[in-house]
Design a protein around this ligand. Sequence first.
Ligand SMILES: Cc1ncc(C[n+]2csc(CCOP(=O)(O)OP(=O)(O)O)c2C)c(N)n1
Ligand code: SF4
Ligand SMILES: [Mg+2]
Length: 271
Amino acid sequence: MATTDITIDTRTAPPPPASKAAAGAPSLILGEHSLCPGCGEPVALRLLLETLQDLDVVHRSIGVVGHGCYGSFVRIMDVDVLQCLHGRAPSCATGIKRMRPDSVVFTLQGDGDMVNEGLQEILHSAARGENITCILLNNGVFGDTGGQQTATTVLGQRTKTSLEGRNAEQHGYPIPIADMVASLQGSGYVARGAVSTPAAVAKTKRMIKRAVQSQLDGNGLSLVEILTMCPTGWFVPAAEGADYQGSSMEPVYPIGELKSPEPQTQEAVHA
Ligand SMILES: Cc1ncc(C[n+]2csc(CCOP(=O)(O)OP(=O)(O)O)c2C)c(N)n1
Ligand code: SF4
Ligand SMILES: [Mg+2]
């Protein structure tokens, strides 16, 4: 039988950096990230990977990653990953899950990727009740391309394309994607978390765990929107990003569960 030589071009596929992960970091993170100081996205990645380990599903997990600053995570996350075209992650995840129903399939997308470029993908996937888990990193800007306004940018927010602040008359209103997904019959679990405080980090990890568990239970599409800091795109010092997020985004996008298979007690949700 003839064989085909396969040449791997190491110039276009550089190996991940040698592991320099800090002590205590999950073993699924293979090296250091290259994102800005004060960025919230690496914290969210860690919560997601820790959750896959906690639920003992790493061996059957498949991630589908969109395009944004988090796109560089594909080189440092030790999980099977497909990087797809902008906004298309829920559709690619749909195909993977239907072909491999025993796998745990998650997407990792930004607000620009999910709510601008791929709005129809997430809505139709939720309406179809696809049994996948979508993780949205919402920082209210297209961070990777320099901090332009997205569909989730809150009113008053300064961005590269709304230098005087977003105003409804000129730019319209922000889209509350988690609320929209929660309103669809095909979604099983929807929550909104943040990584701006230690308490928010702990709560968000519980949300991710419930979202993946919802997929394991076959409840339809689960979504966790995570508010993440982008001090670079927000024109604020790195150390002030968390406070800025708390005062600007969280009043518009309240933290908490929007839809859950079994209603949780207030104590459980807010613990
Ligand atoms: C079809 C298409 N639209 C837009 C872009 C440019 N682009 C690449 S990454 C990106 C930003 C994505 O923003 P988001 O998903 O919010 O991620 P963030 O960088 O903020 O984490 C954009 C606009 C592109 N390459 N192709
Ligand atoms: S531009 Fe924003 S989202 Fe991108 S790495 Fe920097 S802080 Fe993070
Ligand atoms: Mg963004």
